[in-house]
Design a protein around this ligand. Structure first.
Ligand code: DQA
Length: 147
């Protein structure tokens, strides 16, 4: 089983960026958590981070036929990008949306998610642990689908 983890703009700045909202853990810490989770679950994980909307669309299209599930934190593009929503719908790969912060308790513009419309589940406000939860959810879901 292979899962693609996509992170959108400014998530490479974790640890530096607004630590009161996103915490002090760095992007490198997140990559370590992903590796640990892959080992623990016995699956393959590929990670991709980009600050560019089109690059994220390209990566989702690339995933077609190559990965079994997608974990995506589209960051600011969550609230604006119909292109990312359409790409997720186009490939139809089971996807889970993650937000490090609790977007529901922040500005009203963060309470709209386009990408989320194509996702099985949204995990918000659980910090970096939300990624582990999303991966485990997909492993469970895909396990049931295959068997
Ligand atoms: C975020 C929430 C978004 O509103 C914001 O633009 C981000 C990060 C989160 O993980 O909490 O960049 O997706």
């Amino acid at each position: 089983m292979k899962i693609l983890v996509i992170n959108g703009p400014n998530l490479n700045m974790l640890g530096i960026r607004e630590p009161g909202i996103y915490g002090k853990n760095t992007f490198a810490d997140l990559l370590k958590l992903l590796e640990e989770t892959a080992q623990a679950e016995g699956i393959g994980i590929e990670q991709f981070q980009s600050n560019h909307e089109g690059a994220i669309v390209d990566k989702i299209q690339w995933a077609y036929g190559k990965v079994d599930g997608i974990v995506i934190n589209p960051a600011a593009y969550t609230h604006t990008s119909v292109a990312i929503l359409d790409a997720l719908k186009a490939v139809s790969i089971p996807a889970v949306e993650v937000h490090i912060s609790d977007v529901d308790s922040r500005e009203s513009f963060r309470q709209v998610s386009y990408a989320g419309l194509a996702c099985y589940k949204t995990i918000k406000g659980h910090g970096l642990e939300g990624y582990r939860e999303a991966i485990r959810y997909l492993v469970e879901l895909l396990g049931h689908r295959i068997s």
